[in-house]
Write a protein that binds this ligand. Structure first.
Ligand SMILES: [Zn+2]
Length: 182
């Protein structure tokens, strides 16, 4: 799987970044540290998915400073084409928040979300999506399209690509290599 073809797009979009609600280098670096920590949790879930023979993708939903949703790909195990990490994490987050709208929430996912998952992010009205590596074949936040700021849609959100990208890509590459060798 040829992930990582959109590095230039990633660095281009990074500059666009979230609007500066925080001020000062210190709070920015603290926020970056928190992003890295949440992505590490998502990467652990991706590893569990791989151990179970699922495509290694993990996701975390953070709401009001708490992790309220966790998910990892489970489509094969559950015989469910919608059982992507992001969907499962969003379902758990909705239950935890007792609301199907999560306007202050953020999604951390190890791989660029697909069309379906971006659709779910829009339904949930998330504030921000942080993802690891790009998915050139299915990613809907810059690869095949970018639906984070489409004027035809009624919701826009901040996208932060590239956090934990190298680790996420290694998990995918290892998974598909082992599957080919089997
Ligand atoms: Zn998806």
């Amino acid at each position: 799987m040829a992930v990582g073809a959109t590095l230039s797009a990633v660095s281009r979009r990074r500059k666009r970044g979230p609007a500066g609600a925080r001020s000062g280098a210190e709070s920015v670096s603290m926020a970056a540290a928190a992003d890295t920590e949440y992505m590490r949790m998502a990467l652990e879930l991706a590893q569990i998915a791989a151990d179970q023979g699922e495509v290694p993708v993990g996701a975390i939903v953070v709401w009001q400073g708490r992790v309220v949703g966790r998910g990892r790909n489970a489509s094969i195990r559950l015989c469910d084409p919608t059982a992507h990490a992001e969907i499962l994490a969003l379902r758990a987050a909705g239950v935890a928040a007792r609301n199907y709208r999560l306007p202050d929430a953020e999604l951390f996912v190890t791989v660029e979300p697909c069309l379906m998952c971006v659709g779910a992010v829009i339904q949930a009205r998330l504030r921000r999506v942080v993802f690891g590596c790009a998915d050139p074949k299915a990613g809907a936040l810059g690869s095949i399209a970018d639906f984070s700021a489409d004027p035809r849609l009624n919701h826009r959100f901040v996208v932060e690509p590239g956090i934990g990208a190298a680790e996420a890509r290694v998990l995918l590459q290892r998974f598909f290599r082992e599957r080919r060798e089997r």
